[in-house]
Each structure stands twice: as structure tokens, then as C-alpha cells.
Write a protein that binds this ligand. Structure first.
Ligand SMILES: O=C(O)CCC(=O)/C=C/C=C(\O)C(=O)O
Length: 287
């Protein structure tokens, strides 16, 4: 498959999973045909999806021979909605396990962005035998920052956008989401707004979830030493959503981790520095 076939529509799939207490229809994009499978897990912003988060990263991996699966987590995009009153990181890990069982995939590498990083670590702790390598960007564990008051300004704007999904609030969030806002087009804003407004149930359920449990992403720090997977941690030095010292906590706790810090980079490293990010991830996965 070449990149000309790598459109959202051409790769869009649905699956029904039954995993523990979960009985859900999930949406995912299935790209490429390699034996080695990389799963990409998106962040928790309103209107986020696998495709929205990783559209600059799929083609290089597919062209290098990987099969890439973008899972839309429960409560995002075209997947079923849900109110989460416990650990959303663990909920997403269970959903991914259900997807892999349904697709008969034994083992995967995982790239997780923000919430997706938290969920990848939850998966690593629960299903270590199903995991190859880990790439964590702007996420990997909840918990407090040593230097930045929590919730961060980015998370406050994200939650404000969930409560009042307007174009002005979207622009206010995106303004501090990336370091260089000149790449953000009106087309991107509109697509993101359309995604958000298409699923008001997701927005309402997210607000109900944080009201029921403000700490949706537990602090995995005490258990990081259990994870033997080789891990590449990637962070933006100017991340205003999940502070950089969370990345330092991850490399301090994960026995087989290394860290790359992008300068002039906010919370979206895989998009803001896509070319270098893609080269780095390919090198990490193939060596
Ligand atoms: O609260 C946290 O720790 C995670 C925040 C998070 O996942 C934010 C992600 C935002 C996006 O990826 C997005 O809006 O595309």
C-alpha cells in the first residue's frame, strides 16, 4: 500500500469488543500490511482522534513496512461514548486489549500521545506479554509536577473547551497547544470544531467523567520499574499541557528508557516536528 491510499476514509474500520465489563463498538484506522504492528493512541482533547493526532506520522511507518493501527479510544471520534468514573488510562488499555484480541494480533509496539501515553503505560503494566517497544510523547503517567501548578493552563483550557465547545475556546486552547501557531490553519480549526460538534455525547460524557473523578489518569510512578519494554520518551520543552518534568519522572522510573526533548515544541511533538520525529521513531523501532 502506498501513501496515496492512506486516507481516513479508505482505512476506516469498526469492531465490537467485549473485554471485562466493556461491551463497545470501537472505530480504528488500519493502515499497511506489515507483520509488525504499531498502535498509535491519541490524546484527550475534544475532537481528537487517531487520524487527527497522527496524520503526519502514518505514511513513513507504512512505507517502512509496518502495519499501523490508530485506535479511537472509547469516548472519542466514531467510537462509542462512555462515562469513565475510574482510571481512563486502564479503560483505554482494556479497550486496546479487546481490539487486539478481536483482530487476532499477538504483540504490538505502541506510540502514545498525552492520554495515549498514559494508556500505553497502563497497557504495559497489565499486558506486558502483548507489548514490544513503547514511544511516549507528552504523557505516560498522571501525577503532580514539581514545578508547574496543576491543573496546567493547557488542561484548564481543554476542560473549558469541553464545557463550552466554541471556535473561540478552541482557538484559545490551540494557541498554547503548539509552540509555533503559524502552522495552524482555519481549515484545521474547522475540521477540529466539526469533529467536536459531531459528538456532543462525547463532550458531555467527558465533563461527567471529570466531575465523578477529576484524576482520570493515575500516577504510575511507583510501578514504572516493572516495565521492561524499551521506551523512547519524547517531550516538547515548551509543553504547557503536561509539563516536561513528567518526562524526567518517566526516564527516572523506567529502567529501559531514553528521552529526547524537542526545543520550540509544545504538546504535539509528532505534529510540530514530524519529519525528525518520524526518523527518530523509525530508528528506535528498527534497531
Ligand atoms: O490530562 C492529561 O494528562 C492528558 C491531556 C491530554 O491528553 C491532552 C491531549 C490533547 C490532544 O492530544 C488533542 O487535543 O489533540
Amino acid at each position: 500500500m502506498t501513501s496515496q491510499y492512506l486516507t481516513e476514509a479508505a482505512t476506516s474500520r469498526f469492531v465490537r469488543i467485549r473485554e471485562g465489563d466493556l461491551d463497545l463498538q470501537l472505530h480504528y484506522n488500519d493502515c499497511g500490511q506489515g507483520d509488525r504492528v504499531v498502535v498509535m493512541l491519541h490524546g484527550s482533547g475534544p475532537g481528537a482522534s487517531g487520524w487527527a493526532n497522527f496524520n503526519r506520522n502514518v505514511a513513513p511507518l507504512v512505507e517502512a513496512g509496518f502495519r499501523v493501527i490508530l485506535l479511537d479510544c472509547p469516548g472519542w471520534s466514531k467510537s462509542d461514548s462512555i462515562v469513565c468514573e475510574g482510571s481512563r488510562s486502564d479503560l483505554n488499555a482494556s479497550a486496546l486489549k479487546g481490539l487486539l484480541d478481536a483482530l487476532d494480533i499477538d504483540k504490538v509496539d505502541i506510540l502514545g500521545n498525552s492520554m495515549g501515553g498514559h494508556s500505553a503505560v497502563a497497557f504495559a503494566l497489565r499486558y506486558p506479554e502483548r507489548l514490544g517497544k513503547l514511544v511516549l510523547m507528552g504523557g505516560g503517567t498522571g501525577g503532580a509536577s514539581l514545578f508547574t501548578p496543576m491543573p496546567t493552563e493547557g488542561i484548564k483550557r481543554l476542560q473549558g473547551l469541553y464545557r463550552a465547545p466554541t471556535i473561540d475556546n478552541l482557538k484559545a486552547m490551540m494557541d498554547i497547544f503548539v509552540y509555533d501557531t503559524s502552522d495552524l490553519t482555519e481549515e484545521l480549526f474547522q475540521a477540529r470544531l466539526d469533529n467536536m460538534l459531531a459528538r456532543r455525547d462525547h463532550l458531555e460524557n467527558f465533563v461527567k467523567s471529570i466531575a465523578a473523578n477529576p484524576k482520570q489518569f493515575p500516577d504510575f510512578s511507583p510501578r514504572l520499574g516493572e516495565i521492561v519494554a524499551e521506551t523512547l520518551v519524547i517531550w516538547g520543552r515548551q509543553d504547557r499541557f503536561v509539563p516536561m518534568d513528567t518526562g524526567l519522572r518517566l526516564v527516572a522510573g523506567l529502567p529501559n528508557a531514553e528521552l529526547h526533548l524537542f526545543n520550540r515544541c509544545g504538546h504535539w511533538a509528532q505534529w510540530e516536528h514530524a519529519d525528525k520525529f518520524n526518523r527518530m521513531v523509525l530508528d528506535f523501532l528498527t534497531h
